[in-house]
Design a protein around this ligand. Structure first.
Ligand code: INI
Length: 169
């Protein structure tokens, strides 16, 4: 059994009544697409209905907090509120400080977003030093050295919505 990673869930969760939002950045698209697929596949395997997985995009990771906030608000306003949202982005370090500033500010904003939208926000942001690291964490490096972290995010979304979502108590 791997030491790192989500591992086995503490119990089985039923996602069949949940509505899940995915807001993903379009930077580093090949990696993003693999992560989104991993998340969607896991949601479906935990019973979330395909129609209840709503996907929206933003340009880059920096736009994830605001995009996610507006997306959650809009779904609520149209009478189809989300139980949980999974913002997904891939930041890869370049030669300037850009990476550090976006990684830090986006992470802080996503953490704080939970208080604003009052639903669980899953941390689907990879902050990698190299493209190879990011591909490994999306399960698409040549040697398939790691599992797809999007799957963990899907599982975390169902657990958090079931245990601590707006309709959990
Ligand atoms: N956005 C990403 O999602 N990943 C990156 O690796 C990245 N890099 O390397 O710059 C990135 N930049 C764009 C940024 O998130 C914003 O979209 C842009 O600055 C406009 O606000």
């Amino acid at each position: 059994m791997a030491v790192k990673g989500l591992g086995q869930l503490d119990q089985e969760y039923d996602g069949s009544k949940l509505r899940v939002g995915i807001v993903h950045a379009r930077w580093n698209r090949v990696i993003i697409d693999a992560l989104v697929k991993g998340a969607v596949d896991r949601l479906l395997s935990m019973g979330v209905k395909e129609d209840n997985i709503i996907v929206e995009t933003v340009p880059g990771s920096f736009e994830l907090p605001w995009g996610s906030k507006r997306f959650v608000d809009a779904q609520k306003a149209k009478g189809a509120p989300l139980d949980v949202v999974i913002p997904i982005g891939v930041l890869i370090k370049g030669s300037t400080m850009h990476f550090e500033y976006i990684s830090d500010s986006t992470t802080q904003a996503l953490m704080n977003l939970q208080d604003k939208v009052q639903i669980p926000v899953i941390f689907g942001l990879l902050t990698c030093l190299t493209e190879e690291q990011a591909m490994a964490r999306a399960g698409i490096d040549a040697g398939k050295t790691m599992h797809n972290h999007g799957e963990d995010w899907g599982a975390a979304a169902v657990e958090m919505a079931a245990k601590f979502g707006p309709n959990a108590f």
